[in-house]
Design a binder for this molecule. Sequence first.
Ligand SMILES: Nc1ncnc2c1ncn2[C@@H]1O[C@H](COP(=O)(O)OP(=O)(O)OP(=O)(O)O)[C@@H](O)[C@H]1O
Ligand SMILES: [Mg+2]
Length: 316
Amino acid sequence: MKTINENKIIFVGGKGGVGKSTSSAALAVTLAEEGNQTLVVSTDPAHNLGDIFHTSLSHEKTNLMKNLWGIEIDPHHESKRYIEGVKDNLEGLVKTKMVEEVHRQIDMASASPGADEAALFDRLISIILEEGNQFDKIVFDTAPTGHTIRLLTLPELMGVWMDGMLERRKTMNNNYTQLLNDGEPVDDPIYDVLQKRREKFSAVREIILDPEQTGFAFVLIPERLPILETQKAVRQLQQHNLHVKTLIVNKVLPSHADGAFLEKRRKQEKVYLDEIENLFKEQRLVNVPLFEEDIADKDQLKIFSQHFKSLVSVQK
Ligand SMILES: Nc1ncnc2c1ncn2[C@@H]1O[C@H](COP(=O)(O)OP(=O)(O)OP(=O)(O)O)[C@@H](O)[C@H]1O
Ligand SMILES: [Mg+2]
């Protein structure tokens, strides 16, 4: 199995607040500094990737520094754009008097739970398929654990779901021609759209499942609950044949932090650090110290990034 620095696509996951965005940014900066054309993408609806670079990011790529570009996927915007696209696709295909009803149905579907998530996933797919050719590395800063796992297992679920839809469309197609082109028999455009999506999903699924191309890193802090949650997440992903190879153990008390209080905490922390080593023998562990202050600008990020060098520098 390749190490994460050899992967083209890297997903960074973990519990809320453990340092996913900071670590994704640091990893991306380190990769860019090594000369890789790098894209860092936030898929977390509560974005803070832009803040770290003191820039506002959007759904289009923005240059952040030499070799580094950033995108924040806005699920709501994507969902709106997607719905508009669907409506445009149907233009001219649906009987004039049906247009209003069809649009009403589409609007209803777009307000249903999961619509934003599906649209976000759609954008993620197009980034992997389209930007994959232009960039050496794509780092995904994901939302807290549960959400990420859902997102990553979506191609599989969507695949099954879409096979069902395709089957149903096939049988429906005969009745359907009545509705289209004022009764003239036509190919089912919805079937074609679904078929195309199905193909895109399979292509992305193959990339995500290929350990040569895609790597997963989890960030955790040396405390009881994050350890448990990481263990659970690693297992869950494993069930879907996704293997987490790297753990970033963040906010480890530095040895120079002094005082009786910190001494006591460090003792407790040692128990958790040992536990992490015992539990995650399959993963490469990288410890990152707790800094005196938040990582709030590019300079601090560069210092923070030093700890990611060992992860990125060649150990082929
Ligand atoms: N090693 C560290 N030392 C000091 N501060 C840190 C360290 N790592 C992260 N932080 C700070 O902790 C806070 C949370 O980090 P970050 O936003 O990267 O977490 P996250 O996992 O992306 O959170 P969310 O789940 O909310 O997206 C930020 O203010 C960040 O600057
Ligand atoms: Mg974040």
